[in-house]
Design a protein. Structure first.
Length: 331
């Protein structure tokens, strides 16, 4: 049995060069063997990063028999197309979030991967950091009583709006798909429940037709109410808070722990004003790669299954429908 999954990187995007390729190299079960770019930057990136092969066309990388799996950090609107093409070439796929722009496309991606016996996983890397499992343990133990409410927030001030693909509607831009998807995902993940109904309001950039801020509430199937806020117009925040009948849990570094050396902080506050902080360490990007690679090499089940990807896409479809119509959407 092979001991290492050989990854090809489809794009020279910053997230690939600065974050994901170094993370792959921090594991003992994966390696980067090829990179491709349609912009002519692949050879330079390969030289700078010490990658053996470089291709000027994505199709060339998919035809490489030495590539077992691909990582796709392309613009959101291209995820479905290139995931399906990779699957037909028998490549496993780790695809950046959101997996696609609608549930129908996610289903097509999953179907193509299943037909070709390859694995597909959406790259919500934050969920592999152990602090979130610790939160779930605290909730299960009744540390804050019965859970009644959850609040999530992910924002940053976007500077380069003239050229950034996040501001391009045709490429699937907007704050909901970029950072709001984490809010929706973490609410579903931590509460282990799906939204029954939701309402989302947003502010759209008048010139580019993308949402730069979105705020929403969700009523979950377990009766918990949740709120989220995401934005390109606010300073950097990435946090969530779970409130119960006897206290609350605050996670102040929820999604981008790599910016803090992988150090998570979980603060527990109880009704009698007792407060404590737990520090939880983890390398979420490397843990994600290890999990996906072990699933390929050993047949282990994926933590984040295709069914969960479909439910995430369904929730985002509902959020977008509410934003566009100004009405409550029931799922």
């Amino acid at each position: 049995m092979k001991r290492s999954v050989r990854f090809g990187i489809i794009s020279t995007a910053a997230i690939a060069k600065d974050v994901m390729i170094p993370a792959i190299r921090r594991t003992d079960c994966a390696e980067v063997v090829a990179i491709a770019s349609g912009s002519g930057k692949a050879k330079q990136a390969a030289r700078e990063l010490g990658i053996p092969k470089a291709y000027d066309r994505y199709e060339q990388l998919l035809d490489d028999p030495d590539v077992d799996a691909v990582y796709i950090p392309l613009p959101n609107s291209l995820h479905a197309e290139w995931t399906i093409k990779a699957a037909k070439k028998k490549k496993h796929v780790l695809c950046e979030k959101p997996a696609a722009l609608c549930e129908e496309d996610v289903r097509r991606m999953i179907e193509a991967c299943e037909e070709n016996s390859v694995l597909l996983m959406e790259a919500f890397m934050y969920q592999f950091h152990p602090q979130h499992e610790r939160v779930k343990q605290l909730l299960a133990a009744g540390e804050i009583g019965e859970v009644k409410y959850m609040r999530t927030h992910f924002s940053f001030y976007l500077q380069d709006r003239e050229t950034n693909i996040r501001m391009n509607a045709e490429l699937g831009g907007g704050s909901l798909f970029d950072v709001g998807c984490y809010c929706v995902h973490s609410t579903r993940y931590i509460l282990d429940a799906e939204p029954m109904e939701l309402f989302v309001q947003s502010h759209f950039d008048p010139h580019r037709s993308v949402d730069v801020t979105a705020n929403g509430w969700m009523k979950m199937e377990n009766g918990v109410f949740a709120q989220f806020a995401c934005s390109f117009d606010l300073f950097f925040q990435n946090e969530y808070e779970v409130v119960g009948t006897n206290g609350k849990i605050v996670v102040s570094r929820a999604y981008r722990l790599d910016m803090d050396g992988g150090e998570g902080r979980v603060t527990i506050v109880t009704a009698n004003d007792d407060q404590r902080e737990e520090t939880v360490l983890g390398d979420q990007y490397a843990l994600q790669i290890e999990h996906f690679s072990r699933a390929i090499l050993e047949g282990a089940p994926l933590l984040y299954s295709p069914e969960r990807m479909i439910k995430q896409a369904r929730a985002l479809d509902a959020c977008r429908a509410s934003m566009e119509t100004g009405t409550i959407v029931r799922l």
